[in-house]
Design a protein around this ligand. Sequence first.
Ligand code: ZN
Length: 238
Amino acid sequence: MGWHGFARMLTEVAGSLRDVLLPRGCAGCDMPDAVLCDDCRASGGGFTSFAMPGTVSGRAIACGAYRGPLRRAILRWKDHGDEECDGPFADMMADALLSSGLLASDPMPVTTLVPAPSSPRSMRERGRWHMRNVTNSLARSLRRRGMDVDTAALLRTTKTSGKSVQMHGAAQRSRRLQGHIVIAARPPYPRNVILVDDIVTTGTTARQCAQALNAAGIHVTTVICLARTLRTGENIDD
Ligand SMILES: [Zn+2]
């Protein structure tokens, strides 16, 4: 067992002990017996949409602003292994997607959810691909609400330097356009996808993901994220 495996095992043992000794508290405010309480879910100010080039709708959707208890919960989920937040976060994203009206076409085209990629290093450090897990939960949440969705891990990051990998066709075009985020799978590709991300700050990563997908002929309906970082003085409705 390597160091990372050992560290992960220790984390898991510590997590199991904690679960036995202490009931869990809300990831945002520590209120007992909640994974993520309603107040913390609402603490980002509710869903909002903002401009996102490279998408069919031209908009991305966030469940709220990246602040307060929502920010704390996202950090605990993303960097401190609180995987139980996958379910509540998926439900929040499903609510935001349905409230946005961006998916209102009837019948809605079959949609594939695509998780934003993480670097191999961050996946090793976290012991999981947190975006893929929450994307799978989001698909289940949307299917429970009657939407026809599946998931596909179509994107991955590349090292910006190092040996180039032999690729063909759409994947190669997408690689030429975007050095850092590339298509990871072989065709056939889905026609319509929704990109799923955790925190959107400048939007650069989401735009690169959308461009890589577009270059492979894939339409990106919208980007759904958990939270959007607001710049100083910026209002959530901007
Ligand atoms: Zn709370």
